[in-house]
Every structure is written in C-alpha cells, then in structure tokens.
Write a protein that binds this ligand. Structure first.
Ligand code: GUN
Length: 282
C-alpha cells in the first residue's frame, strides 16, 4: 500500500512560512502583489483564477484579477500586460492558459516582464531553467519536486518517466528531474509501446490530460507515481491515474484532488513573494 503524497497538507504548512515572509515584506512597506488576467469563459480557468485570488488574500497579499471578454484581440491583451508590467504594486503577472484560439500564447508569455514572470513561461525563465541558473520555475513542476523532497524521495540515479511534453508541465518537470540526477524519459502522444516504458519507471509523472490512462499494468511495483491530471468528466474530477489500482503497486502516490493541485497554487505564491523580495533587494 502506497504512502500518500499529500499536497494539501504540505501546502498548508508552507502557507505559514509564506505568511511570515509576507509580514516581513509588509514591515518594510512592501505588499507582494499578483496580477492575473483571464480571457473568455473557460469554466476550469474561472475556478483556478478564483482560487489564486483567494490564496493571495489568505496570505495578506495584494491581487488584481482582470477578466477580459472572449473576443479580446491579442493587441488589447498585450496592452493590458504592458500596464501590469508598469504597475509597481504588482510583483508577479500571470495570464491564465488556455487562451482563445485567435491569441498566440507564445506572444503573450513573451510580453510579461521576466522580473514579474512568476509562471516561469517566458524564454528567459525557461532558458535559466535549462542552464540551471536562478530564475522563476514553473509552478506545477516546482510543486511536484517539493512534494517528493518533503517525503524524502531521492531522485539520484532513478529512472523518471514523464508522460506528456507540455510547456506547462512535461518539459519543465523533465529538466527539474534531470537537475536532481534522475535518468529521464519523456513520453508523448506519438510514443510507441508507452506501457513498456512506464513499467520501467522508478518515478512516473503523468501529465497527459487523459482520465485514468495509467492503470495498474503501466506501473512497476514500488514506483513513485505523481498524477498531474485534472480531468472534468461526467463521472466527476478524475486524474490521469486509476488511483485504486495503482496505489496497490506504488510505494507513494499523489491523490486527485489534494495532491499536485494545491502545490501549484502555493508555488505561485512563493514565486510572487520571491519577486517582491528581489524587487526590494532582500
Ligand atoms: N493553466 C493551467 N495551468 C496553468 C499554469 O500553471 N499557469 C497558467 N498561466 N495557466 C495555467
């Protein structure tokens, strides 16, 4: 039976640490601020953005949420990002993805001032991650590594298999795993014999967005399994992993919900506080 990698519990304890950092900044007259832009009416994005604003409030941070209509042009969106880039009360900026199809995500992430890029998606941040230099690390991958670290899971020499190659999770988490001396294999929609590869994993990260794709026969006995999937289905919220089957084989596993999700949001807060500390040269 696997131990549970409890993101909800860890994020609650990190929240206390972050509150102290916010208080220390406030004592110097600086309130860390996060600007969030949402475009259109994606239902999941609405929930995520609301949760981010709520967490800012709980930590005593400043937050601004801008909700723009679906037919917002790319130029209009870029202009709003420019305003937030100039606003000294905002230390971090996040544009919630996905964006409507007429807007190029790359152009949007590139427009955010790298000093405020708390999502870690601009080329400067991703370049720093690739080179192992200091910079903002994307929140979900950072949260995954933190969760394993807190459970005392060593990655050195382990075979880590990542299923999914997105810019948000798959690619950056692969680089982070590599930086911890794991041997990393990245699988994706064109991978052949996926199950043969995942069965070799000591650490398996599922980030494909396919409900319950990873069944028991995809997993080696004793593997650490991290489920990044949040799939809204008629049967409710499902991960990419069939939890009941996989937990019987794994040594550790993240639940959905309550695993990776809460870690993402707390890492966003941490990045924003770090941005404020850097701006204040602490
Ligand atoms: N959509 C899903 N995850 C994320 C994230 O980490 N950042 C942003 N901006 N959008 C997302």
């Amino acid at each position: 039976m696997a131990i549970l990698l409890d993101g909800k519990k860890l994020s609650a304890s990190l929240r206390e640490e972050l509150k102290a950092r916010v208080e220390a900044l406030k004592a110097r007259g600086i309130t860390p601020g996060l600007g969030v832009i949402r475009v259109g009416d994606d239902a999941a994005s609405e929930v995520y953005v609301r949760n981010k604003a709520r967490m800012c409030e709980r930590l005593g941070m400043h937050s601004v949420v801008l909700h723009l209509p679906e037919d917002t042009t790319q130029e209009q969106l870029l202009a709003r990002i420019d305003e937030m880039n100039r606003d000294p009360a905002l230390h971090g900026i996040l544009v919630q993805l996905p964006l409507p199809p007429h807007i190029q995500e790359d152009a949007v992430t590139a427009r955010i001032d790298p000093k405020k890029d708390v999502d870690g998606f601009c080329s400067e941040s991703l370049g720093a991650l690739l080179k192992g230099e200091p910079g903002f690390v994307p929140c979900t991958p950072k949260g995954i590594l933190r969760l394993m670290e807190s459970a005392g899971i060593s990655l050195r020499g382990k075979h880590a298999v990542v299923v999914g190659r997105s810019m948000i999770v798959g690619k950056p988490v692969s680089l982070l795993l590599l930086s911890q001396d794991a041997t990393v294999t990245v699988c994706h929609s064109r991978t052949q014999n996926l199950r043969d590869i995942t069965r070799q994993a000591d650490v398996l990260v599922a980030a494909v967005g396919k409900p319950q794709l990873i069944t028991g026969d995809f997993v080696k006995e004793g593997a650490v399994v991290v489920d990044v999937g949040i799939n809204r289905t008629p049967d409710g919220l499902l991960g990419d992993v069939l939890f009941d089957e996989v937990q019987a084989k794994a040594s550790a596993i993240t639940p959905v919900p309550g695993g990776v999700g809460p870690m993402t949001i707390i890492m966003l807060m941490e990045n924003t506080i770090e941005a404020a500390e850097r701006a204040a040269q602490i």
